[in-house]
Write a protein that binds this ligand. Structure first.
Ligand code: NI
Length: 173
């Protein structure tokens, strides 16, 4: 496993639609391992493969448990949102736009399907932070950044800078 360099805006790979994975082989599993290690090293709640320079539809998440200190780890290959509902205002950051945060609207809940690291079908229903992270990472795989979802279409200039000390409170993926 290795911590890989995070691509940051305006790297064009962040604007490319990632390709579906055909076969989950050893190279895809190594990619997943490297993504997990890179996500944990960056203290993110999620990571999409194009954020480390690979334009394949793979995402990982590490969602902190609301009750205790544990982290729930998820891997999804070829993820798709099959249903979503509700709306809520959230604050969001992105590992590819370090040092900034913005307000936007996300779904209250999402149902997602995809494959796990062994190629088995996975279906997840999520709300709160996990729903937000799923929408954020699947957006990445479609070349969409949270800036694009902000009411006043965000640019790097209109984002709010994260103050020292509050970084840990802003969910970034
Ligand atoms: Ni992001």
């Amino acid at each position: 496993m290795a911590v890989l360099r995070l691509r940051t805006a305006p790297d064009p790979i962040l604007r490319r639609k990632a390709k579906r994975v055909g076969k989950i082989d050893g190279s895809v599993q190594k990619l997943i391992d490297d993504m997990l290690e890179t996500m944990y090293a960056s203290r993110g709640v999620g990571l999409a493969a194009n954020q480390i320079g690979v334009a394949l539809r793979v995402l990982v998440m590490g969602i902190p448990d609301a009750e205790d200190e544990t982290v729930h780890e998820y891997v999804l290959v070829n993820p798709e949102i099959v249903k979503k509902g509700g709306q809520r205002e959230v604050e969001e950051g992105c590992l590819s736009i370090p040092g900034y945060r913005g307000m936007l609207t996300r779904s209250e809940w999402v149902k997602v399907k995809g494959l796990d690291r062994d190629g088995h079908e996975v279906r997840l229903k999520a709300d709160e932070l996990m729903a937000q992270a799923l929408e954020h990472e699947i957006d990445h795989l479609d070349g969409i950044l949270y800036l694009d979802r902000m009411k006043e279409q965000g640019t790097l200039d209109t984002l709010t800078e994260i103050e020292a000390g509050e970084a840990a409170e802003v969910a970034a993926g």
